[in-house]
Design a protein around this ligand. Sequence first.
Ligand code: CAA
Length: 379
Amino acid sequence: MNFSLSEEHLMIQKAARDFTNDVLKPGVIERDEHQKFPEAEIKKMGELGFLGMMVNPKYGGGGMDTISYVLAMEEISKMDASASVVMSVNNSLVCWGLETFGTEEQKQKYLVPLAKGESIGSFCLSEPEAGSDATSQHTTAILKGGKYILNGTKNWITNGGHASTYLVIAQSNPEKGHKGINAFIVDRKSPGLTVGKKENKLGIRGSDTHSIMFTDVEVPVENRIGEDGFGFRFAMKTLSGGRIGIASQALGIASGAYELALAYSKERKAFGKPICEHQAIQFKLADMATQIDAARLLCLKAAWLKDHHLDYTQAGAMAKVFASQIAMEITTEAVQVHGGYGYVKEYHVERLMRDAKITQIYEGTTEVQKIVISRSVLS
Ligand code: CAA
């Protein structure tokens, strides 16, 4: 067993750290306050190769491993979780699904621009009445005259207002239950596709979350991903990897808050000495450092399993449950270490605390992850 990172991994980690400090940090408070999508920053992220990191270079990607992706996600999430969720959805849910299960024609047409960062994608599974209970799809995709006709509404869609390509999960044969579900590639310009209202959120306020409506949207049969009825398994397999991305996002939010608390504790004086010399603060820092190390190891283990083509579903779920839980705890404690300053926006930790919460909800709630883990340990 080797715990050291390669030269290449260290370079990617540094590139992500530099990008975060130079490009993302300067406007992050304003974007959060005004719910402004980081458009120019995401364009730059694409140019640097962070939007299609793991895609084969022959499809315009970076050809990197999942470990590199975890390292980059952690660095970017330390300061801007709104930008890192764009990156996570594009890499894990959209590019990975297309590269793994798409046809050559689908890859050339849709994956290449997504991997190059020329366009971004969305993953449309959740519905007003199908969140955790994902088999309960009400959106229909009925085959008629050689085309699928899509009708329904998707909710809480990340990148919803800025995506050019949507991967849409819909029910084609209700009598077959989850075996009737299909996944489709849907072009933003399709007549009948409407981008609904933008959600006004607690955290990740710079990210773009919308409902998407489909009214008699025609989708060619060649835009179905995989065989008829593969859509639910497609969604589950894709989300297994997506959860490694969100676990890394939670890890980054936690480690960003910890680094800020550590630095502040060395500067701020109380009772005649820096607060880091008080045991009350030292024990908080010790707990944070320990939790972060454990979360990082879980994320890297899940990534390593994926890179070695071993089953990573349980490991990814464990990483997500743990990292998102410690992200909530550590960001809350980081605000506490900062005292009154922690409660105001300039010190970043209150934003990280608000951003942490979503990591316990999207791409499968903590409770859903525990279903996945318990089924795995009992099987
Ligand atoms: N890989 C492959 N196949 C899988 C799988 C996996 N990881 N998990 C389940 N399946 C298969 C099962 O084998 C089963 O197939 P068979 O009937 O052929 O055996 C089929 O899928 C149905 O599985 P279950 O019986 O386990 O289904 P369930 O109704 O009990 O649901 C669940 C299981 C784990 C709760 C699932 O519904 C789930 O993960 N729900 C959460 C959905 C989710 O994560 N939503 C997030 C939205 S996306 C998002 O947030 C993106 C964003 O914008 C940030």
